[in-house]
Write a protein that binds this ligand. Sequence first.
Ligand code: NAP
Length: 314
Amino acid sequence: MDNIGVWMTCPMSKYLQDEIAKRFMLYKSWEIPSKPEFFKQHSNSIKAVVGNGSYGADSTLIEALPCLEIISSHSSGLDQIDLVKCKEKGIKVASTPDALTDEVADLAILLILATLRKICASHQFVRTGLWKQRDFELTTKVSGKLVGIIGLGRIGSAIAKRLEAFGCPISYYSRSKKLDICYKYYSNVIELASDCDILVVACSLTKETRHIINREVINALGPNGFLINIGRGGHVDEPELVSALVEGRLGGAGLDVFEHEPEVPEQLFHHDDVVLSPHVGSCTVETRKAIADLVVANLVAHFSNEPLLTPVEL
Ligand code: NAP
C-alpha cells in the first residue's frame, strides 16, 4: 500500500503520522508551501484524506483530489466534512465514534463540577494568598440539580449515566423521543432550558443545530442556570452568551469548544463563573492512541477491500 497517498489536513500525533507513514505515502499539508502546485503533480496518487474535528475535508479539497476514495476522520463530529459531496462522488467516510465517548462525557462532568463549584477561581484564591485574608465565597451544589441534555447520542447518554450517580433528574431534547429511555423528553429547547438548572450541549453540529443556544434559550436558562458546551462552538451564539454573562442574565458557563477556535472572547477570561478548556474532550494519551489506531484500521480495511470498522452512513 506504500504507493497510496494519504493527505493529512493538519498536524496530528507523531504516533498517528508514523503509523500511516509505515503503510502509506503520507503527505503533510502543513509542510507543503503551494498546495495548487503540489496537487497538479500528486493529486492522482492521493486516495485518502485524514482530517479531524477542526480541519476536515471541504468541497474545495475534495474537488482537488479526483482519485479520492476515503476520508478517515480523527473525530466523531462530521461537521467539517462535506458529506453531500462525498455521497455525490461515492467517497467513503469513516469516523471514530465510540473511542472517545467516555473521555468527552468525563470532561462534561468535570466542567459541570468546576463551573458550579468555581474550582478555577478557588485555585487562584489559594495560590495568590487571598485565603489568608478571607474565606472563599459560597458556590452552587451540583448533586440533585435538574440537567437538560441537548442530543442524547453516545456522548449525551454517557453524560446522563454519570449524572444519575449525582442524583440529578435528567431530561433531554433531540429530534425524536427515544422509546427505550425513561428520561423526560422535550420537543422544544426553550422549554427544556426553562425547566433545568444545567443545560448540556452534546448534539451534532448541523444547519439545524447551529446557534441552537441563542438569546431566548439563554434567557430561559436564566441567572441561576448554567450552560455546558462540549459539542461544537457553532452551537452557541457566542456574542449572546458573552453579553448574558456580562449582564448577569446567565449563572455561568463551562465551555470546551468555541465558535472561532483558537480565538476565545476575552470578556470570558475574567469571569469566575466561567470555566474554559481548549477543545480537549478526547485529549488523553489512552484515547488519542485508540482514535489513531481506528483511523489507520479504517484506511487499511478500505485498501484491503474489507468493510470499514466505523463507517459513516451517507
Ligand atoms: P451521536 O451519537 O451521533 O449523537 C449526536 C446526537 O445529536 C444525537 O443524539 C442526535 O439526536 C442529536 N442531533 C442531531 N441533529 C439534531 C437536531 N437537529 N436537533 C437535536 N438533536 C440533534 O454523536 P456523539 O458521539 O454523541 O457526539 C456528539 C457531538 O459531540 C459530535 O457531533 C461532536 O460535535 C461533539 N464532540 C466533541 C468533542 C470535544 O472534544 N469536545 C469530542 C467528540 C465529539 P437525534 O438523532 O435523536 O435527533
